[in-house]
Ligand binder design. Sequence first.
Ligand code: PEP
Ligand code: MG
Length: 555
Amino acid sequence: MEQSVSALHGTPVVPGIGYGPVVRPVARPVVPAQGTSVPDTAREAEVGRFEEAARVVTERLRARASRASGAAAEVLQATAVLVEDRAWRGAAATKIRSGADAVGATVGATEQFAALFEKMGGLQAERVTDLLDIRDRVIAELQGAPEPGLEMPDEPSVLLATDLAPADTAGLDPSAIVALATSLGGPTSHTAIIARQLGIPCVVAVAGLDDVPVGTTVLVDGATGRIVLSPDGAEAAAEVERDRIERERVAGWSGPGATADGHPVEILANVQDGSGARAARHTPAQGIGLFRTELCFLDRDAEPTVVEQSDIYAEVFEAFEGRKVVLRTLDAGSDKPLRFANHPDEHNPALGVRGIRITTSAPGVLDRQLDAVAEAASRTGARPWVMAPMVATVSEAADFAARVRERGLSPGVMIEVPSAALLADRLLEHLDFLSIGTNDLAQYTMAADRMSPQLAALTDPWQPAVLALVARAAQAGTAAGKPVGVCGEAAADPLLACVLAGMGVTSLSCAASAVTGVGARLSSVPMDRCREAAEVVLATDDPVAARAAAAKLLD
Ligand code: PEP
Ligand code: MG
């Protein structure tokens, strides 16, 4: 690499400083373009060899899952389940019985399933990375090669990679890997989610990262996205020390959410089920700001009954008894297709029938869900706020509000589509609150797929155009005297959280693991400073300038 390059930049995902020598994952096995053919008489033995390799890989993943916890354990378990998939194994066995060797059959079966997953789109398409990961693990085992992925280093190190398989990220030990950065991957990728859970400083989508050699000493700043190559040792040590003190301060924050001069801003948690809600109770989160109900039903062929649904919702209400819970109605479609929602075959599902729009393709689903919410509320004594995703027009908001009020519940909508942000004041005439989904708002404002690693810089929530829409919605709330929260990933970024508060946002809802970081940061700055930061950020031209302007005022 060019000698003159001393720093690289990417999209910051998990704040914090990590400093150490670069390590990279063990190379994946070379996947042969063509396998060898196996004679008739040896084919059953070859099937046995494939089955044994798959069994060893499954057991290793399960053993690692049992040593991990939370999302990491879930990712490892899910990868193990994929190796055990009967259809995938069956496809490989069939190929061996037709003459392919075990390696060739593994490659062939994986290609077949990857094509299928890609065709299904959405979350299923994202699982192609997992499929390629298990293919490589099984092939390495068949070849007698070491397990691909990461070997834990002896000294605290910085992990750099093109992209990380979920199973690699899930097994990371934060005392050995003090930071990680990838040249691909977006802010909502697996790498980002696990890094957040483990609290490992992380930067994704870093151009030029693949040229940094193993052993180079680097400093990763997960708050700004900066990666300094061969930094001055004393300066790096000082930055690490500052970060350590900051982390200690963060760990001691116990809420409730407020700026340094006492302006309240609720800090809430995003959850997807009862167990997530119970886990969030162990943080200082004051309530639930986003309960993503569709995630409870991704595996269902048939619509869950009202009773089934109300049992699930009641679990979440009970976990946060007497506190605020904001439930989102099914955000079906696009990256989260629900089989029972009658999604039409669409060329462009992100711009298709998703969220509130399923009311037309699957009439009755919304009403039955609202019945279930009302039933769970009356059973538990909860007073949930209920909001709809993907609302684009005033009439959608008015119609939703009427259905929710009929059941004695409090209605709101998500601001995820620019049209809704632009008309936030008129939406609020019908509603009690708004919640800004910055993940989709960025996708639709910037016309950039939120899942695309190539477009991560465009879907960065610090894009001034996205923030201008956030500010507009927040102002509408202030004028109407109604709450406007943020529940997208933007709310998990402690620096951005202060800027959002300065715009007039009344609550910040983020992953449970981000709650203390956001709350502690907000408690360190007065509201005037947050307002000033909001003003300067809105006057910048790009996310890098926006971050720098906010950091200058708030750090
Ligand atoms: C968002 O779009 O910001 C949001 C919170 O919804 P989801 O990420 O579930 O689409
Ligand atoms: Mg969304």
